[in-house]
Ligand binder design. Structure first.
Ligand code: PA5
Ligand code: NI
Length: 189
């Protein structure tokens, strides 16, 4: 049945949507093949397989013409210095997306196959993801969770294979003076 108009509450202290929708939990084992240091990744998976991030969705379905929202919360942490991140994806139906920072310090890594962009997302900062840019979020804070709200067209889809094939052109590491973006050579597309 089509949705009726509704409102939900964003609890400012817990950053939960009320009433809560489905929550997806991504552990380190769900991020196979994405960290540079595979041996360190495997060791951390074997040693407790920590939660890296959760995605709490609103009740809006991912169907064309609808506009779903979700809140992603990334834990602080790293694998051999590479800061915890989301899997990252491309929207196969080229559509834009909006992020709004809620807590902590985040980085939004974007890659269109040629160019790399890295945006700082802190509370109350809005990041715009244009169509055709793969995107990955990184918790660049050392102790706190990084959370943000995402709003995206329900028909956009999520292509994770694109990221496995093309990467992001760069990785984000914990450095002495904060997060460090290190780009790497790209295979020809
Ligand atoms: O729509 C988005 O871009 C976000 O809500 C992401 O899906 C979320 O941050 C989780 O990242 P990923 O889907 O890459 O695992
Ligand atoms: Ni997206």
């Amino acid at each position: 049945p089509p949705l009726r108009p509704f409102s939900i509450r964003l609890d400012r202290s817990s950053l939960e949507l009320l009433p809560a929708g489905p929550v997806l939990t991504r552990r380190l084992s769900d991020l196979e093949g994405l960290f540079a240091d595979e041996a360190a990744w495997r060791a951390d998976v074997d040693n407790g397989d920590p939660i890296v991030y959760t995605v709490a969705s609103s009740p809006v379905p991912e169907t064309a013409t609808e506009l779903p929202q979700s809140i992603t919360r990334i834990r602080p942490g790293d694998v051999a210095g590479e800061l915890y991140f989301t899997k990252g994806h491309m929207h196969p139906v080229a559509e834009g997306e909006i992020y709004l920072g809620l807590e902590g310090e985040g980085g939004l890594l974007l890659f269109d196959g040629t160019d790399i962009e890295f945006l700082e997302i802190t509370p109350d900062r809005i990041g715009y993801i244009p169509p055709g840019w793969a995107h990955r979020s990184v918790n660049v804070g050392s102790n706190d969770d990084y959370s943000f709200l995402a709003v995206y067209p329900g028909g956009a889809g999520h292509d994770y294979g694109w990221v496995l094939e093309h990467g992001f052109g760069a990785r984000v590491y914990a450095g002495a003076a904060g997060a460090e973006l290190r780009s790497y050579p790209q295979p020809a597309l």
